[in-house]
Design a protein around this ligand. Structure first.
Ligand SMILES: O=C(CO)[C@@H](O)[C@H](O)COP(=O)(O)O
Length: 343
């Protein structure tokens, strides 16, 4: 990307002279055989500085032409994760050979700094919309309602490896622009699991689960945070027998019908035998299912014997969450009534 040849002083003066004589850019360009944009630039400069010659440059001359600079800035606007080496190669392909240091200095002169990309949860537009809708729908809920709500979740923290970092070229305060961040998911290889909760009354204790979560651990954690009611959850890969040993001591058994991690997953119908078995063995136990439950799948849960459900996307993603909740409740209640009549 070689710099275009500079116009002579004579040509520059002629351009200004013709402009003063009332000629338009196009006419001047045609008469002198120059580009219209060049003519415009010379006249603008003359109007601003009252001179046509280039001012002597201060400092070392730029090694990258303005076009080259625009090219790399454009690239970083679209792909901030581009490395200096990639930019050096881009410039080389365009005819400019410079070092990575020169590229870095040029970018810094244009206000860009190489920073670590911020990690943000991997949220699809549908998740964002659903969260926003949930927040709007509950804006007017009375304070007493929120007093009774406890929020809890677990997250896997990777101690080694997978938490890859990436540098991005960005301006100050642009750290959370989606292009400058690395979307992260809660589960995806790692070594410790943290469980936490909070409510209007403050935060609960943070629990570090170093190995596999067992029923006993979960009882203990919930016991410390949620007394007097204690439930035990099993993931899809955990057998119902593992939970059964606690069933006589707990208030609720939760059968996960998706892999714990995030909402919007497909309901696992093959978890229903666990629910049916629990119901047959523990007729008065609260049995909850969580994951992928909505109007299309609720009847499986109800028929199997669940009397409590967690429904995320199907409710918050619906145009009419109240009627979805009512439908889910109706199907469950109907099945409970049928079971008590059959007994
Ligand atoms: O916490 C989890 C999964 O980790 C579940 O509670 C889901 O978030 C329920 O959401 P849907 O599957 O109903 O969308």
């Amino acid at each position: 990307m070689a710099k275009t040849k500079e116009l002579s002083k004579d040509t520059r003066d002629k351009i200004v002279h013709l402009h003063k004589a009332g000629k338009g850019y196009r006419e001047i360009a045609k008469q002198l055989g120059e580009k219209r944009s060049t003519v415009g630039a010379i006249i603008r400069k003359w109007k601003k500085l009252n001179m046509t010659v280039n001012r002597p440059q201060t400092g070392a001359p730029c090694k990258i032409s303005p076009r080259g600079v625009s090219m790399i800035l454009r690239k970083l606007r679209n792909q901030p994760k581009t490395t200096r080496k990639e930019l050096v190669n881009d410039l080389k392909r365009a005819g400019t050979t410079v070092s990575k240091v020169t590229v870095g200095n040029t970018l810094r002169r244009h206000g860009l700094k190489s920073c670590m990309a911020r990690k943000v949860p991997l949220l699809k537009p549908a998740h964002i919309q659903a969260c926003l809708k949930f927040a709007n729908d509950h804006l007017d809920d009375p304070e007493e309602t929120w007093e009774k709500v406890m929020w809890s979740d677990e997250t896997k923290i990777e101690l080694l490896g997978h938490n890859s970092t990436k540098r991005v070229w960005r301006k100050k305060n642009d750290e959370y622009h989606p292009k400058n961040t690395i979307p992260t998911v809660k589960h995806g290889g790692g070594s410790i699991m943290l469980w936490g909760c909070f409510s209007a009354h403050g935060t609960g204790r943070l629990h570090c689960i170093k190995e596999r979560m067992t029923g006993a651990m979960y009882c203990e954690i919930l016991g410390n945070n949620l007394l007097p009611s204690v439930g035990v959850a099993i993931k899809p890969g955990t057998t119902v027998e593992e939970l059964a040993q606690w069933a006589g001591h707990i208030d609720m058994a939760l059968v996960m019908t998706v892999e714990p991690g995030f909402g919007g997953q497909k309901f696992m119908e093959d978890m229903m035998p666990k629910v049916s078995w629990l119901r047959s063995q523990f007729p008065s136990l609260d049995i909850e299912v969580d994951g992928g439950v909505g109007p299309d799948t609720i009847h499986h849960c109800a028929e199997a014997g669940a009397n409590m459900i967690v429904s995320g996307s199907a409710v918050v993603g619906s145009a009419d969450p109240r009627s979805v909740i009512a439908l889910l409740k109706d199907v469950i209640l109907e099945a409970i009534q049928k079971r008590s009549l059959d007994r």
